[in-house]
Design a protein around this ligand. Sequence first.
Ligand SMILES: Nc1ncnc2c1ncn2[C@@H]1O[C@H](COP(=O)(O)OP(=O)(O)OP(=O)(O)O)[C@@H](O)[C@H]1O
Ligand SMILES: [Mg+2]
Length: 220
Amino acid sequence: MKTIAVLSHKGGSGKTTVAVNLAIAWRALGARTVLADADPVRSASDSLRKRADHMSLVVETSAAKLDALAYVSGKGGCDVLIIDTSGGPDNGMIEAMKVADLCIAVSRPTYLDVAATLRTVDIVRRLGRQGMVLFNQCPPRRNGVESAVVSGTMDILRRGGLEVCPLALQTRAAYQRAIAQGQGVTEYEPGGKADAEIGGLLAYVQGKTAGAARDRAAND
Ligand SMILES: Nc1ncnc2c1ncn2[C@@H]1O[C@H](COP(=O)(O)OP(=O)(O)OP(=O)(O)O)[C@@H](O)[C@H]1O
Ligand SMILES: [Mg+2]
């Protein structure tokens, strides 16, 4: 099983949006995917309970139970466990990091978000976990080139010592409309720009976690 934690020190960066979209896109490929909603606000659950498959897709949990949930999910045949955490430093972020094969730190491309993300990066590194930074809610690219604000903040975070995903998610109405309907953008607008972004992100995350199941098996 691959376990991915989506986290950030700053609220509203897009953790739930990323977790929900990754879970739905990964499941559509045939992987037995579960989204662990570890945020007491239950935003992921609020969106996903509209779905016919919500009983098998989402589990409401807490930081304290993540270790046990990951163990039971792995034994129960789950292929992918995606953890949505709440914003802020005392939010169970460390518990999520400890069970994750990959930590995705979601950041908006603003000064205050980047400052907070550097703290997230620091904890991921100190715990010795594999991680990456994902930029979300970015302004549009011009002729395929990221805006100066996005490329500048990417550079700052690269110097923080964690890989930065070269794919940044842009601000798009499709993300908001899809989640309001309990859908991923891959379902809401197949062939659209947000669909392409999530497809690219999924491929990237799959590449980063390709060895995870093999490593786990070797350690068992
Ligand atoms: N790429 C995007 N384009 C447009 N809107 C977005 C995008 N990403 C997130 N949003 C919107 O921004 C708001 C915050 O997103 P979301 O709830 O996913 O963030 P979060 O990090 O989970 O927040 P919290 O810290 O409160 O859990 C939501 O209204 C969401 O629909
Ligand atoms: Mg959230």
